[in-house]
Design a protein around this ligand. Sequence first.
Ligand code: AMP
Length: 225
Amino acid sequence: MNILVFGPNGSGKGTQGAIVQKKYNMPHIESGAIFRQNIGGGTELGKKAKEYIDRGDLVPDDITIPMILDRLREDDCKNGWLLDGFPRNKIQAETLAKALEEAGIKLDYIIEIVLDREVAKLRITGRRLCVNDNNHPNHIAFEAIKPVEKEGRLVCRVCGGDLNTRPDDQDDEAIDKRHNIYYDDVTGTMAAVNFFKQLDGPKVISVDGTPSISQVSESIMKEFA
Ligand code: AMP
């Protein structure tokens, strides 16, 4: 099963992606997380990507597109994948669709989490990243995924690991820029969403991202055949 997940930053896209990934046991490929791992590891890719990410800009297509297409060719993707954070613009969408067609890979589902821009913005600053596993969601404003307190500090609710915040989540300008890109339906992410939604083949699962994590996840899960 091959799945694309779309949603503005702060919509719970990563959290929902992690739930689907766990249920179907498929690789959860998150472009943003791959960049962050590379930044943490001090790689060349990380060095190139960091300045764009910190500003809230997209990392250029000539870096991002091959990185994701190469990842999809790895062995663990043979039986399916869940792609999250890519495509982020119309060119990435068209390039991905072409690459999948050439490789004879069918896209099964498109998950779209719909959320008002102001609500999404409010949610961004509260999220926390587990240093051990990107698929351990933590958010200080959501009871269901609230970090736990240990020796006077907040740690990951799943594994007790240390928590980080993303620099681009604490910068107002970077948040606005990311949302400008997401809601742009001419060349930005909404153009990519609309491009995939009008394709014949994949089933579109469009859900309201405002209710609780479990309600959103229920709305998504019941759509799987
Ligand atoms: P995310 O974790 O999805 O919010 O991504 C964090 C940052 O990584 C974004 O703000 C971009 O700078 C960069 N990024 C992630 N995915 C892409 C993509 N598909 N194309 C370009 N840049 C990306």
